[in-house]
Design a protein around this ligand. Structure first.
Ligand SMILES: Nc1nc2c(c(=O)[nH]1)N[C@H]1C(S)=C(S)[C@@H](COP(=O)(O)OP(=O)(O)OC[C@H]3O[C@@H](n4cnc5c(N)ncnc54)[C@H](O)[C@@H]3O)O[C@H]1N2
Ligand code: MOO
Ligand SMILES: [Mg+2]
Length: 405
């Protein structure tokens, strides 16, 4: 049997990544999306010399000439236009966030003052020019690139978008995704299964995995009926950019997905990967004739829950990340905390529990009872990727790790 290596499978998948265009969204809805324009400072940051302590604003020259008591001329509040110190020997009370009054270059906080009869006396030997003043343009200058194109928007970026007045922002369009489960044995979550049935769980795992990427996928369930599968999948291929299947890709009498996809003109790029779990993974693409640049991508994951889970993380995630312009290299690694043995000539995605010790991340095997044991996923945190070229993995060795928490 001809198995594709994990490396080749991933390479094929990354080579078939595609862009889905750009759209403009309200900045507050852009969390988790990928920015498709540079965000520029529309003014200096801060935009004016900003008082950073509540107190009084004075002229340094007056202080340096020996003066310690200053008559209060008025109050410079935040949100009020800039005042001017009329007499250089006086002061203005000035609040945090206010413009530094014209003629002042030092702010002294209330804690270091005594105020009596409209005069402030300073209990200090020296002052520093521009003390307690956040200087105009100190953080960034007008015109500076504050956020680069292709940045994943987090709460930090949301604040910056707001501050430069980007109420609408250009982001990568998300692919339209349909997640399909198959199988006569599956019933809905709110149903009581018969003795021969189980509840349908994989689609919900997949929906939630895609939600972490801020993709809102739709779902469907199709029984093991080739004709029905053909009709429904044909319609889905017309409507969606990506189809993700779970189940019916192995050798069973009712594992119709590969032949149905073939009948519908989806080109198989590989079927079966040299890995466990998730070996019968089928991946393909359909080029749409009428819009030649657009194509449909099909991830048909094996039905066992752990297979579906790990394959979505290992293959769909980087495909999506590359498609929208994000860095997709998984550089995370962990140290195996005990010896492990795995005989088959397959890349093994070992379920592990992670822990930290002296700044290092350790992975303790929590292998579970095979790819049907989805309960074990709750006890683990990640998959440690053990290469297919050997059987013994020693305590202390470092391997790539795919986290899901
Ligand atoms: N003769 C062989 N049999 C099998 C092989 C093989 O190489 N030769 N491979 C095994 C491996 S490995 C896997 S993985 C599974 C893959 O099976 P399918 O992709 O064909 O999936 P199904 O047969 O439909 O289901 C397998 C298993 O998963 C359960 N399942 C399916 N969908 C869901 C869902 N949405 N939620 C929860 N559970 C689901 C299903 O009930 C089955 O128990 O094939 C092996 N067999
Ligand atoms: O690929 Mo299967 O997932 O080993 O059970
Ligand atoms: Mg099967």
């Amino acid at each position: 049997m001809n198995l594709t290596t994990v490396k080749n499978a991933l390479e094929t998948i990354l080579n078939s990544s595609q862009e889905f265009g750009i759209e403009e969204v309200d900045f507050i809805k852009s969390l988790g999306r990928v920015l498709k324009e540079d965000v520029i400072a529309d003014c200096d940051l801060p935009p004016f010399n900003r008082v950073s302590m509540d107190g009084i604003a004075i002229a340094e020259a007056a202080f340096n000439s020996g003066q310690r008591t200053f008559k209060i001329e008025g109050v410079q509040a935040a949100g009020s236009p800039q005042l001017t110190l009329k007499n250089n020997n006086n002061c203005l009370e000035a609040m945090t966030g206010a413009m530094l009054p014209d003629g002042c270059d030092v702010v002294i906080q209330y804690e270091l003052l005594t105020i009596e009869h409209g005069e402030a006396t300073v209990n200090l030997e020296t002052v520093r020019n521009f003390q307690n003043i956040h200087k105009k343009g100190l953080d960034r200058s007008k015109g500076a690139v504050l956020i680069k194109k292709n940045t994943l928007i987090s709460s930090a970026e949301i604040g910056v978008l707001a501050t430069v007045g980007k109420s609408k922002v250009k982001v990568a369009k998300q692919p339209k995704v349909m997640i399909v489960s198959t199988g006569n044995e599956l019933v809905e979550v709110d149903q009581i299964p018969e003795k021969h049935q189980i509840r349908r769980s994989n689609v919900y795992t997949l929906v939630s995995l895609l939600e972490r990427l801020h993709i809102k996928a739709e779902t469907a369930h199709i029984l093991d009926d080739k004709q029905v599968l053909e009709t429904k999948i044909e319609a889905f291929l017309n409507e969606y950019d990506v189809l993700i299947f779970s189940g019916a890709v192995s050798k069973g009498k009712f594992d119709f997905i590969p032949e149905v996809l073939d009948d519908l003109g989806v080109e198989k790029l590989f079927h079966k990967v040299q890995q466990r779990p998730g070996k019968p993974f089928w991946f393909g693409k359909k080029i749409c004739a009428e819009r030649s640049r657009s194509s449909k991508t099909v991830f048909a994951f094996p039905g066992n829950p752990v297979s579906t889970f790990v394959n979505c993380l290992k293959y769909f995630y980087p495909w999506y990340q590359k498609s929208v312009g994000l860095n997709f290299e998984n550089t995370q690694q962990a140290i195996l905390s005990e010896d492990f043995y795995f005989k088959p000539n397959l890349t093994y995605f070992l379920q592990v529990k992670l822990s930290q010790h002296e700044g290092k991340i350790y992975a303790t095997p929590s292998a579970g009872k095979g790819s049907g044991d989805l309960a074990n996923l709750v006890d683990a945190d990640a998959f440690l990727e053990l290469p297919d070229d050997r059987t013994d993995f020693a305590k202390g060795e470092v391997f790539p790790v795919i986290l899901y928490r």
